[in-house]
Design a protein around this ligand. Structure first.
Ligand code: F6R
Length: 613
């Protein structure tokens, strides 16, 4: 996740506004940043690793203060470490253009080879640089900037919001969207763009949101929207009447709700450019994920806390069933004090959103001392867990601000799925066809996640949550891959709604906890088709026989029919059902807490990153 801004004016200077725009977008990433402006017809680029203050030092000579067109970028690294060279804007070496990008170009390696064969020289490790060369090649063929952008985008597959600036007597500014958000707006003197409406509010409250596959040409006082084929699109501007606090949440009432809605995009960022479709395999950066390394493993030991531990449970089911490798799992806070005995060839897998959780870090260090190979699934690139791991799968979920973790969890589950496939392929227990089938299904998940976030589902979940707002206790039940989802559903409700909620393995109920069920008690059961679906149906019957009020979440139709209330999720393979089934549970907790008037983004007694024991 990165932030992009752009401005072009008839008479006003743009640099200060670009920097202020980057400041409000820093929440989208902050490992490096940069600006490019048209200065006397030529493009001038300034970029720097680190926070915005570093860039401001570079700009303090005032040399670019008079520029009337420019773009800016604040980065959350995906391809290539945070560095001056990898910071945006990028160029094609011609001095005629600068480009900023948020997203991932999936076929960048083959495009890079093609462009290098033509003699084009690359100066960064980013996927973005291929875009600047593609646009530059089209400009050199005499196309206008907008046509060059369209022609370049026709060559790429992936996921992007871009802004491109060209120099010369008349500067041009063009942006395009396929995936990540992009907003544009015009005033009498200028035109502006940004990843978030926040960046536009100092100029105008009348904005146009680009849709996927759209291109906008910005000129002082005007905007022109077209599709990728160049056909004009008419769209009236929308008036924004949020205050700054609301705007930072993208119009959502809470960060948590915004982050729940980001999950389809997070799936794309975590997974899509790592999939090697023709090989039924996955490629990871950051460390040695080679066949030889993975074949030397005999066990996996997951260590994590809270929500990340729940993702670890899913990882256990996935790695054992897809890669046939034994997996142990423990609370990091227990592992570090229980004198653990690790088998030879153990991968210690720390799962953490922040990468700074004290217990997870201590458990990873201990496992390393005991001879394990330290690896991690983590969201924050420069964090301690990442630095102390020999290999990492970065989840690319973007900054998570809501204290209750949502998008980081689904990203961890998706990363675990990718890891299971990589391990299975490396160990020779998953053939190419089976790998391809799994990864194809992962690609199909995005529209299904989007469907779950449609307003009808949200209203349905909200109505059910409100109906139970006065309940004093909940059970969340599941088995197999959906047992950790039950745990996660219960944790979300406890955290933000302050209601007792117990997550339990459905098959364990009869060994004691079933005694707690009293008539009318809400029991949320998660069940999707798979190897335990029938078993869960029997558990539903047992609960109903004791008067429990069953709310079923999942895709198992007979279970949905048995339940008193239901939230159906789209069908997918069993291995991916957790990614879909968790969404209604996140929404359930959200609406329950909302109905009870709780402080959703800052629940009592909690902190976002637990860096103490
Ligand atoms: C729950 C939640 C916590 C974290 C836990 C680990 O919503 O956010 O349970 O999952 O504190 O944090 P990380 O993943 O940063 O190690």
């Amino acid at each position: 996740m990165c932030g992009i801004v752009g401005a072009i004016t008839r008479s006003g200077a743009v640099l200060e506004g670009l920097v202020e725009g980057l400041r409000v977008l820093e929440y989208r990433g902050y490992d490096s940043c940069g600006v490019a402006v048209v200065d006397g017809g030529a493009i001038a680029i300034r970029r720097k690793v680190g926070r915005l203050s570093e860039l401001e030092k570079l700009l303090s000579d005032g040399a670019l203060n008079g520029a009337r067109a420019g773009v800016g970028h604040t980065r959350w690294a995906t391809h290539g470490k945070p560095s001056d060279e990898n910071a945006h804007p990028h160029s094609d070496g011609s001095g005629r253009l600068a480009l900023v990008h948020n997203g991932i170009i999936e076929n960048y390696l083959e495009l890079r080879r093609e462009l290098q064969a033509e003699g084009r020289v690359f100066t960064s490790e980013t996927d973005t640089e291929v875009l600047s060369h593609l646009v530059g090649r089209e400009l050199a063929r005499g196309r206008s900037l907008a046509d060059a952008v369209r022609a370049a985008l026709a060559r790429v597959s992936g996921y992007y919001a871009i802004a491109v600036l060209s120099g010369g007597d008349t500067p041009h500014l063009v942006c395009a969207r396929q995936g990540p958000p992009l907003v544009v707006g015009a005033t009498a003197d200028g035109a502006y763009l940004g990843s978030d409406v926040l960046a536009l509010l100092p100029y105008t409250r009348d904005v146009v949101y680009l849709e996927d596959g759209e291109v906008a040409e910005l000129a002082p006082g005007s905007l022109r929207l077209t599709n990728l084929a160049g056909a004009p699109i008419a769209r009236a501007a929308r008036r924004i009447d949020w205050d700054a606090e609301q705007a930072s949440k993208g119009g959502f009432a809470h960060h948590m709700l915004k982050e729940i809605h980001e999950q389809p995009d997070v799936l794309a960022r975590t997974a899509f450019d790592r999939i090697l479709s023709t090989r039924g395999d996955v490629a990871f950066e950051h460390g040695d994920w080679s066949d030889a390394r993975l074949r030397s493993l005999e066990r996996v030991q997951v260590v994590a806390c809270g929500t990340a531990l729940h993702a670890g449970y899913v990882a256990r089911y996935l790695i054992e069933s897809i890669a046939r490798l034994p997996v142990d799992l423990d609370f990091a806070s227990e592992f570090r004090y229980r004198d653990p005995q690790l088998a030879r060839g153990t991968m210690a897998l720390a799962i953490s959103q922040s990468g700074e959780t004290a217990d997870t870090l201590a458990a990873l260090r201990l496992a390393r001392q005991l001879g394990a190979w330290p690896a991690s699934i983590c969201n924050v690139i420069g964090s301690t867990v990442v630095r102390e791991s020999e290999a990492t799968i970065l989840t690319h979920a973007g900054p998570e601000i809501g204290v209750a973790s949502t998008k980081a969890f689904s990203a961890q589950v998706v990363a675990s799925f990718l890891l299971a496939v990589r391990l299975g392929r490396a160990r020779g227990v998953l053939d190419e066809r089976a790998g391809t089938a799994l990864l194809d299904e992962l690609r199909r998940l995005r529209p299904r996640m989007e469907a779950l976030l449609a307003s009808e589902t949200i209203e349905q979940v909200g109505a059910i949550a409100r109906a139970h707002q006065n309940a004093t206790g909940f059970f969340f039940l599941g088995r197999g891959l959906n047992f950790p989802i039950a745990l996660e559903g219960a944790l979300k409700l406890k955290e933000i709604s302050y209601v007792h909620a117990e997550g339990y393995a459905a098959g364990e109920m009869k060994h004691g906890p079933i005694a707690l069920i009293s008539p009318g008690m809400p029991i949320v059961v998660v069940n999707s088709p798979g190897r335990v679906d029938e078993k869960v149906r029997s558990n539903i019957e047992q609960v109903k026989a004791r008067g429990g009020h069953v709310i079923c979440v999942g895709a198992d139709q007979p279970s949905l029919a048995l339940a008193d209330e239901r939230i159906a999720t789209p069908a997918t393979i069993e291995a991916l059902s957790p990614v879909l089934n968790v969404i209604p549970l996140q929404l359930f907790a959200y609406h329950h807490a909302l109905a009870r008037g709780c402080d959703i983004d800052k629940p009592r007694n909690l902190a976002k990153s637990v860096t103490v024991e």
